[in-house]
Every structure is written in C-alpha cells, then in structure tokens.
Design a protein around this ligand. Structure first.
Ligand SMILES: Cc1ncc(COP(=O)(O)O)c(C=O)c1O
Length: 397
C-alpha cells in the first residue's frame, strides 16, 4: 500500500499551519529508555492508587454496571459533580454541583474554553512562557495572542495596562506554574483581581498542580477570591490518574451550559465508567489518604533535583532556577550565550534530556531556558542526569 503525500491532502488552514514539531522531534529522541528524561511531564506512576481504583471499579460495576456502561449526560455524572463541588469547597473554593462541568481531562477544558470565547482574530492574554498544550488548544480557534507582564515572581498585575482591555480572557496558572514552577503570591492574586475588574477581563484559572504542595499549602485560588467572571479548571490527572481522563470546569452555570452544548458536539460526554469510579474514590475519602503519598513522592524528587542543581551547576555563572515548593517542574535559566534548543542534541547524545524553553513561548525567541521535570525519575538518576547536564553546560560557558 502506498500513501499519498500530506501535501496532496486538502488540509484545513489550522491543520496545515506550523506545528510544534521541534518539540515532537526532541521528545521522540528522548524516548529512548537509556536516556534520563527530564523532558516528559508525566505524573509518577508510583503515585497511582491501582488497588483502590480496581476495587472501586469492581464495586461500581457490581452495583450499577448497566448504568456505568451506558451513555451519559454531557454535564457529567451527578455524583462526580457533587464530589468535585465538595472537594473544591473543602479546599476553600465554595462550589455548588451546578457550577461544575465534567470534561475529558482539563486539556478538553482548554479547547472548550477557547471555542466558547474566541472567534478568529480575537485577543487572548497568556503568560509568557505558558503551558504549551494550552497555546496549542487555543491556536485551533486562531486568536491573536498577547502577553501578560511577568517577572521573577510570576505574573505582575501592576504592569497590566489599558492595552489589556478588550481581550477575550486572560489565561493564567497561578500555582506551581507549568513551565516555571512559580506561584503567584496572595497580594498579587488580589491585585490581579482588581486589575481584571478594572479592565473587564475574564480570568481562566488553570490549576492542575495546586494539591501537589510539599510543605505549605498555596495561597487562595483566584476563583475563591473572584467567583464572577472566572472559570477555574481542575483535573484528577495529577492526583489520581491521567489515564482516566477526568477534568472539570467550575464557574457560572449559564456559561457552563454554553460549554456543555459545545462539548456535546465534540464527544457527547466524558466516559461514564471512569466518572463513577472517581466519584466513589472522592466520596469515600480515599483520595484524602492517597494525597499525602503523592505529595511525599513529589517533595522527595523535587528536593533531590534542587539539591543536585546546587551541587553540580557552576557557581557565579549566571545560572539560576526556580526554588519550587510544589508541582512537577523546575525552570532553569542559563546565560544568554547558551541556546538550549541547539544544545539538546548534545544532551541526548550524553543520555539526558529536558524541554527547551523555546517550546513554551508564544512570543519571542527565548533560547536560554530549560523545563526540568523530575517526578518520573528515581533519585539516583536525577543525580546522574543533573551532573551530566552541568558538565555539558560548563563546556558551553
Ligand atoms: C497547566 C496544564 N493544564 C492542563 C493540562 C492537561 O491535563 P489533563 O488533560 O490531563 O487534565 C496540563 C497537563 O500537563 C497542564 O500542565
């Protein structure tokens, strides 16, 4: 069988536009099992509650198997909407079940949020750098991206000006940001809300990592401070399992109805079986027993990477990194003279990989950063990987 060339297929503008192929190629390169990969941002399977999921699935199928295997409603199973509302409320963000839309991973939330707000050419504000999966999802609606000002404490609301007015929304990740690892302080959150009100901006708060704190809980969520004109995106991917593909959007029920209508055309509903299994795990309180175990794994590996960076990176050479207090990523800044995209092939040859910072920027050619993910790498491999990278960087200085 011979296939025709892609160029001969009548693709849409979006499908034939520039792709994120640099990253795809680099990640393919680093898929080799011998490579110590700080590139892949997967949660640690050591933190998956396999037994508890097996037991809950069995119970769900035994008790209500016919329902669990049937089509469901688009807004989500009532039990899971309730459980999510309770979970959010217990964490300080008062939420009612009708303010919850269940989605197929928060990646789907990003897609639906863009579809519900954005027409081609509309302005969308994003942090720079930002989550590259969000930039990809938003791009499908062909917005014009503009960036929110930030500094080494993350987004800086004081620097938000009139120029932001008229944008459809501001997409922000205030807690344990991907890729920077930074958390915006409570003062900045409050000021951000004042600014958003002043400028008439909707805020999309994406918070997949907030539960993964190491020692200290993060500040209050944006939605708890500003329930109006905020959509809060959450996910069970990092606290339970990404394979279950369960996320949620919390916000104004009228807007959620509009989102549910779009979702119906996209995938009808999120799988019934996984929703019921997750509802059981949340409602039974098993998630509360499980979370400290996940936090411990992340804290140990995050601390290990911080210590290794301190131990091996050359001193007084303009290299810095975020001192993360939760989440999955450390953002390393190198001197201007080093191009982390170009250096990647040498890193792979030395059997270590990272995400070149360039992949996380919607604007500008920033080549001096690396996103380092530590949670799937055992501690002795973190040590070897950072040592190898530090040697490579020393050769480039
Ligand atoms: C910031 C952010 N938002 C959303 C997602 C999507 O997660 P999921 O679709 O698994 O819920 C991710 C995944 O890594 C992420 O880092």
């Amino acid at each position: 069988m011979t296939y025709c060339e892609l160029s001969q297929i009548p693709l849409s503008t979006v499908a034939s536009g520039p792709s994120g192929s640099v990253l795809k190629k680099l990640l393919t390169l680093s898929a080799d099992a011998d490579i110590i990969s700080f590139a892949v941002g997967l949660p640690s399977p050591d933190g998956f509650p396999v037994q508890a999921v097996a037991q809950a699935a069995q119970e769900v199928l035994k008790k209500e198997g016919r329902r669990a295997l049937q089509y469901s409603v688009t807004e989500g199973e009532p039990e899971l909407r309730e459980a999510v509302a309770e979970f959010e409320t217990s964490r300080g963000t008062p939420t009612r079940p009708e303010e919850v839309q269940i989605v197929t991973g928060s990646q789907q939330a990003l897609d639906l949020v863009a579809r519900v707000f954005v027409d081609p050419g509309d302005r969308v504000l994003v942090e720079n750098p930002s989550y590259l999966g969000a930039l990809g999802a938003f791009k499908l609606c062909r917005p014009t991206f503009e960036f929110l000002p930030s500094d080494d404490e993350g987004l800086n609301p004081e620097a938000m000006t009139e120029a932001c007015r008229g944008a459809k929304f501001a997409y922000i990740m205030p807690t344990f940001n991907n890729p920077t690892g930074l958390t915006i302080s409570l003062e900045r959150r409050k000021r951000l809300i004042e600014k958003a009100d002043e400028l008439g901006l909707w805020i999309i708060e994406d918070d997949p990592y907030g539960e993964l704190w190491y020692e200290k809980k993060p500040p209050q969520t944006i939605r708890s401070l500003k329930p109006d004109n905020t959509l809060r995106l959450g996910t069970l991917s990092k606290i339970l399992s990404p394979g279950m593909r369960l996320g949620y959007i919390c916000g104004n029920p009228a807007l959620l109805d509009a989102i549910a209508e779009l979702k119906q055309s996209v995938d009808m509903h999120t799988p019934t079986l996984t929703q019921l299994v997750a509802a059981q795990l949340l409602k039974s309180g098993q998630i509360e027993e499980h979370l400290p175990r996940v936090r411990k794994i992340y804290r140990e590996r995050g601390t290990c990477m911080l210590e290794c960076l301190e131990k091996y990176m050359p001193k007084d050479s303009g290299i810095s990194w975020t001192k993360v207090e939760g989440g999955m990523f450390i953002w390393v800044t190198l001197p201007e003279s080093i191009d982390t995209t170009a250096m990647m092939s040498e890193a792979v040859a030395a059997k270590v990989s990272y995400v070149p910072g360039e992949a996380c920027y919607a604007f500008g050619d920033d080549h001096r950063h690396m996103r380092m993910s530590f949670v799937t790498v055992p501690e002795e491999r973190i040590d070897l990987g950072i040592k190898t990278l530090a040697e490579l960087i020393k050769r480039h200085l």
